[in-house]
Every structure is written in C-alpha cells, then in structure tokens.
Design a protein around this ligand. Structure first.
Ligand SMILES: C[S@@+](CC[C@H](N)C(=O)[O-])C[C@H]1O[C@@H](n2cnc3c(N)ncnc32)[C@H](O)[C@@H]1O
Length: 225
C-alpha cells in the first residue's frame, strides 16, 4: 500500500479540524464516475480545502447569487449552495447530461434542489442566456486555453464581485516544465504556452484585480468598479 504524501497528511489534518468533508461521498462518486464515463468526461472534483476557502469568502462577502461553470457531479456546487445559505441561489453549468442528472440527484439528497439549479449546455452558449449580476463566479471548466466565455463571465459579475478560477495547478506544471501528466492529449501540444498566456491576460485585465493562491491552486479576481 502506498504511503500518503506529506501534503496529503497535512490536508487530512486540516480537514479533521473542519470536522471532515461534508460532501466526501460526492467527491468519491465523482472519481469513480470518471473511471467509467469515458475519455472526455473530465470530472475531477474540486479540493475540499479550496472549497472551504471559497466558502469563507462567500460568507465574508455575503455573496448570494453564484454562478459556476463546470458542475461535474455537483461536488463544488454543494459547497457553494451551503455557504450562500437558504436565501442564496447557485446556477451551475455542465455540458454532459450524465453529469447534470447525477448532480441534480446529489443536490436533492442534500436538500438544495430549490436553490441549486443545474443547467445543461456548453458554458459559452449557456452564459449568453443568463442574466447578471452574480456576486461570485466559480470557473471549474477552464483547462489550459483561454475559455471562449471569458468576456461574458466577467460581464455577468457585479463590480466588486469575485471570480474564483480553479485548475491553476497547471501554472506550476507550465512554468516548471514538469507536468504531473502529459496534458497535450487533452489540451493540445501548446498547453503550457496557453496557460501562461491566460495567466498574463487575467493579471493584466483592466477589469480585474487578481491574486494567485498556491496549493490548493486558485486564482481569485475582484471585478473592479
Ligand atoms: C474539473 S471538472 C469540475 C468538477 C466539479 N466542479 C466538482 O467539484 O466536482 C470539469 C467539468 O466541467 C465540464 N466542462 C468542461 N468544459 C465545459 C464547458 N465548456 N461547458 C460546460 N461544461 C464544461 C466537464 O464536463 C466537467 O464535468
């Protein structure tokens, strides 16, 4: 049996302090689902310590209207719904009907059906049909290349609202040239250039004030007035 890494041991210690992961069953189910769905599935559930941080930001800012791109089986969306409270509302988007059906099931089991809406479709299409303003957007669909919905995503957030961009572990892989996996199969041979170009674009964006968080990797941007 493989020993847990030092980073895993620290994460477990911190999670114990929090009383565990309330949605661990959905995280486990997401990892199992990925093994059977097929090569395009892409469900890599978010990190519980990252979701705890985003939840703290939701509580601190009083965010109530939340948008997520990349619902998967709804693991991160459950955290968003819990943190925004009974008077909050989460719209979350995924392109696979299988993910949509399962995430609706987990939302119902958690008692969140009335405040967590799962929308089926591609983020680029769905975002054109939604009306802002949102207090917070969680983008967990982006991978390597700048997403086509970037401008619309920023447009939908209110000034002073927050954009939390997941999957920035790719920046470490791109900058060090030591990828944890061969990302070229899923993200093309130029994935490292795309990641760095997108990081530069977000950091220099005139409507965003951006900070990177290292481990768990996250980019947090406030939309400037
Ligand atoms: C990293 S997983 C998200 C995991 C999820 N947030 C969680 O915590 O379990 C990425 C998800 O985004 C979806 N996705 C990727 N690109 C998308 C797009 N352009 N529009 C809609 N969904 C997309 C995939 O189907 C996949 O379920």
């Amino acid at each position: 049996m493989t020993q847990p890494s030092d980073a895993d041991r620290v994460s477990s210690f911190i999670l114990d302090l929090y009383g565990g992961d309330p949605y661990a069953h959905v995280r486990d189910a997401s990892n199992e689902h990925r093994e059977t769905h097929g090569p395009d599935c892409g469900v890599y559930p978010s990190d519980p310590i990252k979701m705890r941080l985003i939840s703290t930001l939701i509580r601190a800012s009083g965010a109530k209207r939340i948008l997520e791109i990349g619902c998967g089986l709804g693991y991160s969306a459950l955290w968003l719904a819990e943190a925004s409270g009974p008077d909050g509302h989460v719209d979350t988007v995924d392109r696979f009907p299988e993910h949509v059906a399962l995430s609706r099931q987990y939302a119902a089991e958690a008692g969140y059906s009335d405040r967590l809406q799962v929308i089926e479709g591609d983020g680029a299409d769905v975002l054109t049909t939604l009306s802002g303003p949102y207090d917070l957007v969680h983008d967990d669909a982006w991978f390597a290349k700048e997403p086509p919905y970037l401008d619309r995503m920023i447009e939908l957030v209110r000034p002073g609202g927050l954009i939390a961009l997941s999957n920035w572990f790719l920046l470490e892989d791109a900058v060090t040239g030591k990828p944890q996996m061969d990302w070229s199969a899923s993200a093309g041979p130029d994935w490292a250039d795309h990641v760095q170009a997108y990081a530069r674009k977000l950091a220099a964006h005139p409507q965003l004030s951006l900070s990177f968080v290292l481990r768990p990797w996250l980019a947090l941007a406030v939309k400037t007035p």
